[in-house]
Structure formats: structure tokens, C-alpha cells
Design a binder for this molecule. Sequence first.
Ligand code: TRP
Length: 336
Amino acid sequence: MAKKTFLSGIQPTNIPHIGNYFGAVKNWVESQNTGEMESFYFLADLHAITVRQDPKLFKQQTLDCFALFLAMGLDPEKSALFVQSHVPEHSELAWILGCYAQFGELSRMTQFKEKGEKQKEGEVNVGLFSYPVLQAADILIYNADFVPVGKDQKQHLELARNIAQRFNSAHGETFKLPAPDIRKSTGKIMSLSEPAKKMSKSDSNANATVFVLDSRDTIIKKFKRAVTDSEALVEYREDDEAKAGINSLMSIYSAVTGKGFDEIKSEFAGKGYGDFKTAVGESVADILAPIQEKYTAIRNDNHFLEACMKQGAERASAKARPLLHEVREKIGFLQL
Ligand code: TRP
């Protein structure tokens, strides 16, 4: 039986934070290592330019993120690990699929509406509008079965299914319809300063986000400043808004130590939040230390990085090319 295909992308803007690691990349590594699926992981640099990037910084960040992918355990021998713009099939299919997407449905995308509202009228570029079409191309070009996405991306996945269906009914079975991979994650990781909000790479509050490459001292300091509540009780209470901060810290501690919520509760019974926060900070710093060490070695080895990127791009392209050929054929393009 053919292996199922697993695919996900992340934008190479800024360094991933611990929510990206514990909520996404760590699971990818586990999935990759079971060898049950064929996996594709990429840095969505084409998506990133829907917002202006400083070219020099953008290059650095793409390298940083790629090196960090490797340091976090993604393995170019086991998975296709690549930079989106290195595989031109994505852009080509995106144009084609744009002709099977409707203006109305793209206008209704929540993310587009939200981003559009934040910007001045003259700043809403067409890339922002067709962003989900490119995402559909990313997914459909590899016949992906599972695409792990957060809630904010679910609508984009549904759009990919709709576009695929529309193409299939016009030209016959071509694309596989992807399913969102809603496997249980380790609980959502929230901003340390506003626990009602998801942790974000672009938070303006420097204490809100713990980045995977933060130093040990910084990590511990950020956790010490984390916003909690005044109850002084380390207890997980799912839908209790007042507990959002503690719930998130417990999720992190649980993800890092493998301890369950009850166990954590008894470990800190009768102790103050100070002890708990320090323990969470230290445990996170401990688990990130070997990743940071590997990262430094890889990031300083440009030859190795480049070789890995090439290997990934070739592997991805080899998988994408035949399907794109089929699409071109079905549309009626002359092929040379
Ligand atoms: N839009 C996604 C994000 O910002 C990144 C992304 C691009 C992606 N293409 C994808 C995720 C394909 C999953 C599948 O998080």
C-alpha cells in the first residue's frame, strides 16, 4: 500500500517560538521518525512576501529557520525539507489554481479580512488576497493526505478542497482532497503576558513570547514574568478564563516533562507560583539547550545547509513535476 503523505509549512519570518516547537515541529519529528508517512516540510517564503520583508534580514532568517528545522530533528534523509521558492512548481500551480478559485470566496477568508482591515487601502496587495490559493497549490501538488493546521488555517484548507473538487469535476480526477490533521496537540501555548491570546512570533511585548533560541537566562526571566492569577493554585481548569495563564504554563510543563496535570498539581501543592514558574522556565531551557547547541553548529556550516536545501528541493520537485505535467495536459497547454 502506498504511504500517506503528510505536509506542512511555516513562514521563515522570525525565529520559531516554543508554541511552534511544542505545538508543531516536535510532532512533525515524531511523525517523520515513525516512517509511516511520506513527509514534506517547507519554509513558506513565497507567503512571507505578502508583507514587506527586508531582503538582507529575510535571507538570514530563512537560513536561521532552515538550520533550526534541522536542529529540532527534521531529517533530510527521512523527509523532504525545503524552501518553497526553490520549488517553482508551487508558483506555477498557484497561477493555474487561481483560475479555479472565485473572487467571492477569497474575499470571505477571515484571515484576509482581518489583515486587510489592519492595513491602509493602498497597502493591501494582491498577494495577500490570493495567499490561500498558493497555500492550496502547496498542498495539492504533493497529493497531501494530512495537513496539520491551526484553527486559523482551517478555512484555507477547506478552500483547497473546494478548488481541488472544482478542478476535478472540470477535468476528471486529478487532485486528492486533503484532510486537516486534527491530532491532539499538547494544548495551546498562549502568550505569557496575555494568556487569552495565542503566543505569536510578532508580539510587540518582548516578554510575551519565548523563542527557541532565547538564552537560558532570558527564558527563565520571561517565565518568571508570566501573567497568572491571584489564586496561588497550580491546577488545570480547561474552560476557566481566569486559569488561562496557569493552564498554558501547565501545558508547557507537561509537554516538556511528560508529567500529567494531576502530577504537576501535587508537585506544586502548597508552593507559590514563583517556584512553579521557575520550574517551568528551567525545564524549557533544559530541553532547548541541545537544540541550540546543534543549531549553532549547523548554522555555521553553510555548505551543509546549502546541500540540505538542494536535496530537499530536488526531492520535492521530483514529486511535484509529474502531477503538474498532468494538470498542464488536462488544461490543454501545449507541452514541449
Ligand atoms: N499559511 C501558513 C501559516 O502562516 C503557512 C503555510 C503555507 C502552510 N502553505 C502551507 C501550512 C501549506 C500548511 C500547508 O501558518
